[in-house]
Design a binder for this molecule. Structure first.
Ligand SMILES: Nc1nc2c(c(=O)[nH]1)N[C@H]1C(S)=C(S)[C@@H](COP(=O)(O)OP(=O)(O)OC[C@H]3O[C@@H](n4cnc5c(=O)[nH]c(N)nc54)[C@H](O)[C@@H]3O)O[C@H]1N2
Ligand SMILES: Nc1nc2c(c(=O)[nH]1)N[C@H]1C(S)=C(S)[C@@H](COP(=O)(O)OP(=O)(O)OC[C@H]3O[C@@H](n4cnc5c(=O)[nH]c(N)nc54)[C@H](O)[C@@H]3O)O[C@H]1N2
Ligand code: SF4
Ligand SMILES: [Mo]
Length: 717
């Protein structure tokens, strides 16, 4: 279908000035593709039409099509709630009461235990303006080092490996359009057909032009079904596979020696390491037959333009950083990064997964992707904030470590949560839930009463995407405008208003604006000169140019759709090879836990499901948790389709409906993580962390299946 082009005229401009509009050209609230859409308002409801934006080219997935339902849902929060006592229920209260209570608890806990006793947890769905303000609020108004966010669970391994190799982390260092022109694409651990459906058009276009698609996944996913070559790896072995492919690239004479000499350092050490990954050994570790390894290397190396892309399957591992490094080594050896039409990229996940990791809601970070332990960065940002650099706290701990410390004698006693449903989405969630329950005080800003919000002492109802202005940075590093269709319903406030109101109560009112445009102007200055430099980006330019790619250091700078063409962002301008060795998964199989569990997503639900389980067509499509298992496993255990099955690990269990399919390996089962309650996949997962990125091993742990008697029936809510 060819959608109508929206009028970027009076109506849309009006949204800018906070007057209600009848129509707004904006972007989907969910994933990092940030599909363009037009919202139209009528008396009764809001309708969604796709828009022909460069990312989605007129496409939307079911989540995007139905995204407006939550705006008018009876389940959204429209009044603050508070618990009079720890053992009492949540009750409606006024905004003044709710905010006073939060501020009073912050002051009390800070006085008793010091500033680090108040922690903040953010989200990669928050706009740049909000992520920036949250980081500043933590460092300036609270003075706490303890802030991190759910992006740690998302792309932190790829970010760490990207910085290690290229000196900077931008998910895709080239526009999506380049993917359609590639002659070979290797996709490691990504199921884009379900996680970013309109992205598939880039892959199918590449294939139509004769390009090859290689998919690395333990499951024959809808994405793998489109592949020229599907490498059905054993979970947790992509690192060995990448080293094995590089071994073959060397022995078969495919190295781009000129590129390696001109543009990289460190190849010789990597060559020594991968010498040990001969094809038969690689096959033993990964399960990928030698012939398929050869074919993959040939397709990549003989292509004129080739790309290696990673997502969570390869990254959410206790060796995720090294795994991505191994794949980047392969890309460098073939001369791909920084070569027009070729490259390495990570497919960022959340709506603002990219911008959310640049502006300071990360434990070790200041705006502009600066490091909080860098004196020059501290001085610059402190100047913009009008504070003494010495008053800024140092680095805090990563997301899981922060959650693990909540309520412990040395850990935070209060948590302020914006934009994550962490008791569903954090690994080893039973333990995390226990920690959250042990807090003296929890405040949650959300649009619905999520599983985590239910545990809060104070719940603050936040505005939704169609009710606010701001910017988002998509998976390409393209900064986009989120535009307001209409005001939030009565009783609901924007996150910026909430943070500014809290800052005012803590004596820092003058430093915090609730106006997105004013915040963005400050963010521009704070990011100036940093790796993620937004100083040349304005709201007007974004509208006029279909988004602007960072780095963009001046208003007359065109922005940077393609990075690394001349040099990498390392001190010597060269990309760095990093030698990495395969390691076993943190928890291997044993007699009591003979199957690998891997977890991930399905098309119709988003993340913890807090939003999409409240959208009827999506819930109807996939109403309850399920577990995919191979027919041989089912037969061995006497499990039939639709039986209720318990998935049990050393940490906990989840109950789900059996879906028997030969699209999965016979040593592996798959659970989506979109549910809380009895079907919570994260009751089972392993919080083993990557030593560099602190990414948990969501993608592999050891489990057994137990068939439940139907009498026990009842899956999750
Ligand atoms: N429908 C939907 N779309 C989404 C989201 C959502 O929740 N729902 N979330 C968004 C977000 S935040 C993110 S991060 C992205 C994630 O997007 P993806 O990374 O595409 O999604 P996942 O399903 O987590 O994992 C992808 C694949 O990794 C495979 N896998 C598991 N273990 C391994 C392994 O060891 N090696 C390899 N190579 N593959 C493995 C799984 O079988 C799965 O098919 O999606 C975004 N889009
Ligand atoms: N087992 C397993 N676990 C995983 C993963 C996996 O693959 N397997 N993937 C991980 C990944 S990649 C991610 S990104 C995380 C995501 O997991 P979560 O962090 O839980 O992400 P969401 O479910 O999107 O939670 C966002 C919450 O914020 C609310 N919200 C939405 N918009 C706004 C807003 O503008 N303001 C405020 N205040 N609230 C808002 C939503 O209603 C929702 O409750 O899960 C991780 N957990
Ligand atoms: S692919 Fe992502 S951005 Fe596009 S409509 Fe679906 S959820 Fe929204
Ligand atoms: Mo994510």
């Amino acid at each position: 279908m060819k959608p109508p082009q929206p009028t970027i005229g009076g109506m849309v401009q009006a949204a800018d000035h906070l007057a209600p509009a009848l129509e707004a050209a904006t972007h989907c609230p969910y994933c990092a593709l940030q599909c363009g859409m037009v919202l139209r308002r009528s008396e009764a409801d809001v309708t969604v039409q796709p828009r022909n934006f460069p990312t989605n080219r007129g496409g939307l997935c079911q989540k995007g099509w139905t995204s407006a339902e939550l705006l008018t849902s009876a389940e959204r929060l429209t009044t603050p709630l508070a618990r009079p006592r720890k053992d009492a229920d949540l009750e409606p209260v006024s905004w003044a009461e709710a905010l006073d209570r939060v501020a009073a608890e912050i002051r009390r806990i800070r006085a008793a235990h010091g500033p680090d006793a108040v922690a903040v947890f953010g989200g990669g769905g928050l706009t740049n303006e909000k992520a920036y303000t949250l980081g500043k609020f933590a460092r300036v108004a609270l003075g706490t080092a303890n802030i991190d966010y759910n992006g740690r669970f998302c792309m932190s391994s790829a970010a760490a490996a990207g910085i290690r190799a290229f000196g900077v982390d931008r998910g895709l260092p080239f526009p999506l359009a380049d993917i359609a022109e590639a002659d070979a694409i290797l996709l490691a651990g990504s199921n884009v057909a379900e996680t970013m459906p309109p992205f598939m058009r880039y892959l199918t276009e590449a294939k139509r032009r004769g390009g090859a698609l290689i998919v690395v996944d333990p499951r024959h996913t809808p994405t793998a079904q489109q592949a020229t070559l599907h490498l059905r790896v054993t979970p947790g072995t992509d690192l060995a596979l990448a080293n094995g492919l590089l071994h073959l690239a060397i022995t078969e004479g495919y190295l781009d020696k000129d590129y390696i000499a001109r543009r990289t350092t460190g190849f010789e050490e990597v060559r020594r390491v991968v010498a040990e990954y001969w094809p038969e050994r690689t096959e033993r570790i990964t399960g990928v037959p030698v012939a398929q390894q050869r074919e993959a290397v040939r397709l990549l190396a003989e292509a004129e333009r080739a790309m290696i892309l990673t997502a969570r399957g390869a990254e959410q591992q206790s060796k995720g950083t090294d795994t991505v490094s191994a794949l980047i080594n392969l890309a460098l050896a073939l001369g791909l990064p920084g070569t027009p039409g070729s490259g390495y990229g990570c497919l960022t996940g959340q709506g603002n997964g990219q911008g959310g990791r640049e502006h300071g809601q990360k434990a070790d970070q200041l705006p502009g992707y600066r490091r909080i332990d860098d004196p020059a960065a501290r001085a610059h940002v402190a100047r913009v904030w009008g504070v003494d650099p010495d008053s800024l706290p140092g680095p805090g701990v990563s997301a899981y470590e922060l959650l693990d410390a909540l309520g412990t004698p040395a850990g935070p006693k209060a948590l302020l949560l914006f934009g994550s449903n962490l008791v569903v989405s954090a690994p080893h969630a039973r333990h995390v839930e226990e920690r959250v329950r042990s807090l003296e005080f929890l405040a949650v800003a959300d649009v619905v009463l999520s599983e985590t919000a239910r545990l809060a002492d104070v719940v603050l109802p936040a505005a939704q995407w169609a009710e606010e202005e701001g910017t988002m940075t998509n998976l390409e590093g393209r900064v986009l405008r989120r535009r307001r269709l209409h005001e939030p319903p009565p009783g609901v406030r924007t996150d910026l208003e909430i943070i500014a109101a809290l800052a005012a109560r803590l004596g820092h009112g003058a430093r915090f604006s609730a106006e997105p445009r004013a915040v963005f102007e400050e963010l521009r200055r704070a990011s100036a000169g940093g790796p993620a430099d937004y100083s040349g980006i304005t709201y007007e330019r974004i509208e006029a140019e279909d988004g602007v790619f960072w780095p963009c250091p001046a208003e007359d700078h065109p922005g940077t759709p393609r990075m690394f063409l001349d040099r990498f962002a390392t001190p010597d301008g060269r990309a760095r090879f990093v030698p990495v060795e395969h390691r076993e998964v943190a928890e291997d199989l044993d007699a009591a836990h003979p199957l690998y569990l891997t977890t991930g997503r399905v098309l119709h639900h988003y993340q913890s499901g807090a939003q999409t389980r409240r959208v009827k067509p999506l819930l109807d499509a996939v109403p309850e948790p399920f577990v995919q298992l191979h027919p041989d496993v089912a037969e061995r255990l006497g499990i039939a389709e639709d039986d209720l099955v318990r998935v049990v690990s050393r940490r906990g269990e989840a109950t789900a409906r059996a879906r028997i399919t030969d699209t999965i390996r016979d040593d592996t089962v798959f659970l989506p993580f979109h549910w809380g309650g009895a079907g919570r996949a994260n009751s089972v997962t392993n919080p083993a962390l990557d030593p560099t990125s602190r990414m948990p091993e969501f993608k592999v742990c050891a489990v057994r299946l137990e068939k439940l008697e139907q009498a026990d029936a009842g899956v999750a809510p």
